[in-house]
Ligand binder design. Sequence first.
Ligand code: SF4
Length: 266
Amino acid sequence: MLLNPKHGYGMNMNPCLDCKIFMVSKAVEWIKKNHADGFDFIITGEVIGQRPMSQRRLTMPIVASESGADDILLRPLCAKNLPATKPELEGWVDREKLYDFNGRVRTPQMVLAEEYGFTDYATPAGGCCFLTDKSYSSKLVDLWQGRGSRDYEIDDIMLLKVGRHLRPKGNYKLIIARDEGECQYLEGYRKQYTSIQSVSHNGPLALIDGKIELEDYNHAASIVARYGQGRNADNVEMTFALPNARAQSIMVQPLTTDQVLKEWHV
Ligand code: SF4
């Protein structure tokens, strides 16, 4: 779905319409499996016009039909703006008690939440996952371009959320921790990725994603040294540790060109 969404992407790499269809189709599957327990229809919190891609008048029927839910998909918040569904026609649900919310504004939902006493809910603005985030999406596209294939593992997805990502050359990318918490997080990947860290000064841990060549070691280490306390030193000792191999140490001069670093930012 993410690699080749039938209905395309939203503003970033978010395939929201395909994702909604997928979520509802999973509910349909679940209903079929548990039918004996008396599950008859599905409700979602969708509102017409709420989101530019997946919650439009034209896309509502697409979600219902392509998920296989058809007339058992009820959207209580905007039901009065849509044709009656089976639960309403059968009298299982009183259509008169449903709502006619419409558009991007969230105030009616918030008022309703207050009426029911719900105070603890996620911020209503923005999308519901990282794929709607511009910076996350550009890192994902860079990952695919760097590998020459639209492929990823769960660890790739997790690592896109962590650290500063720089691509000094097409064959490798540096993931540099931005704080102590990220250093600890990246520690957990040392057995899978080549890592670089300063020995002579305090500095962040960095992972290398891709196939780094021997000739790139100095350059990569001088970039990572730039982010440590030795950034103004003439020389910084760095270690290069390949997974399951002994670490090698090299002396480098920290890179000083901010402009170049900006260009490499993914
Ligand atoms: S924001 Fe993410 S999780 Fe939400 S519908 Fe879009 S792709 Fe799916």
